[in-house]
Design a binder for this molecule. Structure first.
Ligand code: FES
Length: 96
């Protein structure tokens, strides 16, 4: 049975979205349903930089390297296109 994860966007007017856990955010979040913007969708451009609050796996080395360049002092910064969503999360956009 699929488990579902709720994606919320505090500080924005977007309503929370419920997705099957482990679904790719870059395939399911759009400019119509979320404040998150995507570019490359492969973890190299930084457009999808967000703050994430939730119990999800830590960044892989490639994502970690990008985060150190883009948001070195931000403990909750992540690349939305690289997230493995395993529980309910709060997402705020950080990217430009
Ligand atoms: S969309 Fe380019 S890093 Fe996520």
């Amino acid at each position: 049975m699929a488990e579902y994860c709720k994606i919320s966007f505090p500080g924005s007017d977007f309503v929370p979205i419920t997705l099957e856990c482990h679904k790719s955010l870059s395939e399911h979040l759009t400019i119509q349903n979320s404040p998150v913007l995507f570019g490359c969708r492969t973890g190299i451009c930084g457009t999808c930089l967000v703050e994430v609050i939730g119990d999800i796996p830590p960044p892989q080395p490639d994502e970690q390297e990008m985060l150190e360049t883009l948001a070195a002092n931000h403990a909750h910064a992540r690349l939305a296109c690289q997230l493995d969503v395993t529980s309910d999360v709060l997402i705020r956009r950080l990217g430009g």
